[in-house]
Design a protein around this ligand. Structure first.
Ligand SMILES: NC(=O)c1ccc[n+]([C@@H]2O[C@H](COP(=O)([O-])OP(=O)(O)OC[C@H]3O[C@@H](n4cnc5c(N)ncnc54)[C@H](O)[C@@H]3O)[C@@H](O)[C@H]2O)c1
Length: 249
């Protein structure tokens, strides 16, 4: 469900990893609320599909092929923006799950460079390029419930997502006086293409661990992101909103 009504007319949002999954739903909801969106994603195929699916929004959508781990790529995307952004959603992320005993340095490096250093690269590059006329500048970082509580097989991912929370709180302190709020959203189990491909029995087991007895929808995350980026959340800074159906209780 996507019943929240916000007005982002004349705002530009950048959504990293916005070509599919949670990022795509965030992108769609911003567009439906009147924003323009620049999607930064490294998958050419996913970008092409997203562009086709969002064609009704015309030139309010910009798709840029960007690898958030590559600083030159991020700088080129910043230069290609059509306007100065008001909102940044650091959403791009990957998993390379293995027990710690089996996890290789390549698994560690890939996840840290995308899920942690990627946020540094993008935010560092954009910081001085935000819309200086706006005193409602927003940065929303997508963490994970795993960053708060850890998870078997996810040393790299949990470390990166916990790091995202540390970055969020630090930026909230440093950037508040510059007209930014900086917050994080920590999703639990969310239905995406990946979970849709899992056997029904596995999904049932996952759902049964959640007090609400269901997996989250990508729109559950997008609703929290839109709220945090709206004027209604102008005094919320440095917090982490868990959107997980209560799984960690
Ligand atoms: N799906 C879940 O259950 C869940 C739970 C907790 C947190 N999250 C987080 O939510 C975010 C989105 O997850 P999702 O499930 O939609 O994943 P997804 O794999 O469906 O989408 C991630 C997107 O990021 C892009 N991407 C990956 N690496 C990139 C890079 N280096 N540069 C640019 N783009 C890159 C991919 O191409 C893809 O379009 C991630 O940060 C993920 O860790 C997801």
């Amino acid at each position: 469900m996507s019943g929240l009504k916000f007005d982002f007319t004349n705002k530009l949002a950048i959504v990293t990893g916005g070509a599919q999954g949670i990022g795509f739903t965030i992108t769609r909801q911003y567009l439906e609320a009147g924003a323009s969106v620049s999607i930064w994603d490294y998958s050419e195929k996913a970008l092409a599909t997203a562009k086709a699916e969002l064609s009704a929004f015309g030139d309010k959508v910009q798709t840029l092929q960007v690898d958030v781990t590559n600083r030159d790529s991020v700088a080129a995307a910043t230069a290609a923006l059509k306007a100065k952004p008001d909102i940044l959603v650091n959403n791009a992320g990957i998993t390379r799950d293995k027990s710690f005993a089996k996890m290789g340095a390549d698994d560690w490096d890939a996840v840290i460079s995308t899920n942690l250093t990627g946020l540094f690269n993008v935010t560092k590059n954009l910081l001085e390029n935000f819309n200086s006329a706006s005193n409602q500048k927003r940065i929303i970082n997508i963490s994970s419930v795993v960053g708060l509580y850890g998870n078997f097989g996810q040393t790299n991912y949990a470390a990166a997502k916990a790091g995202v929370i540390g970055m969020t709180k630090t930026w909230a302190k440093e950037l508040g006086r510059k007209g930014f709020t900086v917050n994080a959203v920590a999703p639990g189990f969310i239905k995406t293409a990946m979970t849709n491909a899992m056997p029904a029995e596995t999904l049932q087991q996952m759902s049964s661990k959640v007090p609400l007895q269901r997996l989250g929808e990508t729109s559950d995350i997008a609703n929290a992101v839109l709220f945090l980026s709206s004027d209604a959340a102008s005094y919320i800074n440095g917090t982490v909103i868990s959107v997980d159906g209560g799984i960690v209780l």
